[in-house]
Ligand binder design. Structure first.
Ligand SMILES: [Zn+2]
Length: 537
């Protein structure tokens, strides 16, 4: 028995929304954590708490104050409810990691996540931590009510709620920022539109010409083609702005007239609508295919609607017409998503666990591969070194050395490339896994919620489907890998949960045998998990 209790600090945070909806307050979170501390025999020295509605700057201040306080007072234990209460950004996560790395006696207890982090945490726990930060960050990115509210207010007042395009600058106090024409750059913008409207310039030629005239990006370099194209399509310059696919009347002073903008837009697109409309179609681009000729469907904007048609074989995409409305396609797709979404929190938890395991395996596989490649690289380095000495000692000729060196160099390049690819593969895998969670957590909500924007729903669709085939009103889909997993997996999870209620469920195991081996392995985890869950419910 220890006589001196371990000193610890509590960090509590609660969102104002949660407080409103559930009545769950800061103090109940504190009580929960105090309770835990008592059981663990920790002595709480100080509690730091913050409300979610506090500004990001404020939150960070409290967080850093706490970290400082712990260092100063030699406190080695930090207690928090869950990862997303502790941090929602990678920056703070790194501060935590550094702090832990400093001393192996330091610990972070994430009580509801059942996670205790320390310097020598197992890789699985570290991964768990990483994935949770990713979720927390995603939560901030997507659902930050506060930011959205602020943005809405800005838009209502006629101001673009973010950095203005080149040619404008921001001025004014925080909360009252407005955009004015940058007197140094504005004239170039006007010139650029005028030049392009003549029809004598390609975008590339325009980029070069403008650079010669002295027009530069904020980083003081030539404004590249893609950027120029974007600027020429930006209605901001004639007094409007586009936010999340919707156009608003802005309060900023226009640089060009609407007529000039439209003239330029017409040229840009060979008579098609402005590219900013096209932006709203990126989610589907290349994914929708004609089910007869398997070529990409072309989407066109007509009188407030997008219509898809096959320019190749010109088949009827809807039942009685050549064109199909995007809205009809979307509605069909969303219904499909809902049918493969988890039905409740219990299933969600199970999925989370299964995913965690599979993440782990994947990342171990990558680790081994990366290690192998790095070893090879090191061997090459060594060989080059030896060879160089051989050359100096005249054991080999200079020609032989040069030739061999070239060989090594190319081998090194190949390996470096392969390593890079492996890195991006790894993140692709995470994204896919993340997609499942996204769906698991929100698809039903997103689909049913009146709050979800059309863009958010569309994003969900693009996560879910890799190919969408359309012909004569029939829609056939191919799910992305992540969602394929869900489609096969969720009915089984449901089944397991139902079995949980029956006393003898051993013989039911055969039901799951047809599942692929990975799922079978995860199924064992699910069964364990279900057993645990029955304690809770
Ligand atoms: Zn076709």
């Amino acid at each position: 028995m220890k006589i001196i209790k371990n000193k610890a600090v509590i960090y509590a945070r609660v969102s104002s929304k949660e407080q409103e909806e559930t009545g769950y307050s800061l103090s109940s979170q504190k009580d929960y954590l105090l309770d835990y501390s008592e059981r663990k025999d920790f002595r709480i020295i100080k509690t730091f708490s913050i409300s979610e509605s506090a500004s990001g700057k404020n939150q960070r201040e409290v967080f850093m104050k706490m970290m400082k306080y712990m260092s100063k007072n030699d406190i080695k234990i930090l207690i928090c409810e869950k990862v997303d209460r502790l941090t929602r950004n990678f920056r703070d996560a790194i501060v935590i990691d550094d702090w832990l790395d400093d001393d192996e006696n330091k610990q972070v207890h994430l009580v509801k996540d059942s996670l205790v982090l320390h310097k020598n945490s197992r890789s699985q726990e570290k991964l768990n931590w990483g994935v949770r930060i990713l979720f927390a960050k995603n939560y901030t990115d997507n659902l930050s009510e506060e930011v959205k509210k602020g943005q809405k207010q800005k838009i209502k007042e006629g101001w673009y709620p973010t950095k203005p395009p080149l040619g404008y600058k921001t001025t004014g106090e925080k909360g009252k920022k407005i955009h004015i024409i940058d007197k140094d750059v504005g004239p170039y913008i006007k010139k650029m539109f005028n030049l392009y409207a003549t029809g004598n310039y390609s975008i590339k030629a325009l980029s070069d010409k403008m650079f010669r005239l002295g027009f530069k990006s904020r980083n003081n370099i030539q404004v590249v083609k893609g950027r120029i194209h974007k600027m020429l399509s930006d209605p901001f310059y004639y007094g409007k702005f586009v936010w999340k696919g919707k156009m608003y009347q802005g309060n900023q002073e226009p640089i060009i007239s609407k007529d000039l903008f439209e003239e330029v837009g017409f040229r840009l697109n060979g008579g098609n609508p402005h590219p900013y409309f096209r932006k709203r179609m990126t989610e589907f681009r290349g994914k929708t295919l004609c089910d007869k000729c398997k070529k990409t469907i072309t989407w066109e904007y007509q009188k407030g609607n997008w219509y898809g048609g096959c320019k190749q074989c010109k088949s009827q995409l809807s039942k009685d017409k050549k064109y199909i409305r995007r809205k009809d396609v979307e509605e069909d797709l969303m219904k499909r998503i809902v049918t493969i979404a988890p039905k409740n929190d219990r299933i969600l938890k199970i999925l989370e666990k299964a995913l965690k395991e599979s993440h782990l395996e994947e990342s171990e596989y990558h680790e081994t591969k990366v290690k192998g490649m790095n070893n090879k690289l090191e061997r090459i380095r060594q060989r080059v070194k030896t060879m160089y000495n051989d050359k100096l000692d005249e054991r080999i000729t200079a020609e032989f050395y040069d030739e061999k060196l070239k060989e090594f160099e190319s081998e090194r390049e190949d390996l470096t490339d392969a390593l890079k690819r492996l890195d991006s593969d790894n993140s692709a895998y995470y994204r896919a896994g993340f997609g499942i969670h996204e769906l698991a957590m929100r698809s039903n909500q997103i689909y049913l919620s009146s709050k979800a924007s059309i863009e958010e729903r569309r994003l969900l669709l693009s996560y879910a489907f890799s190919n969408i085939y359309i012909l004569q009103g029939n829609i056939r889909v191919k799910y992305t890998k992540a969602f394929q997993f869900l489609q096969e997996w969720l009915p089984k999870v449901n089944e397991v949960l139902e079995l949980e209620n029956s006393v003898d469920n051993k013989e039911q195991k055969s039901t799951f045998v047809p599942l692929c081996p990975t799922m079978l392995r995860e199924l064992d985890d699910v069964r364990t998990c279900v057993a645990l869950l029955s304690v809770l419910y």
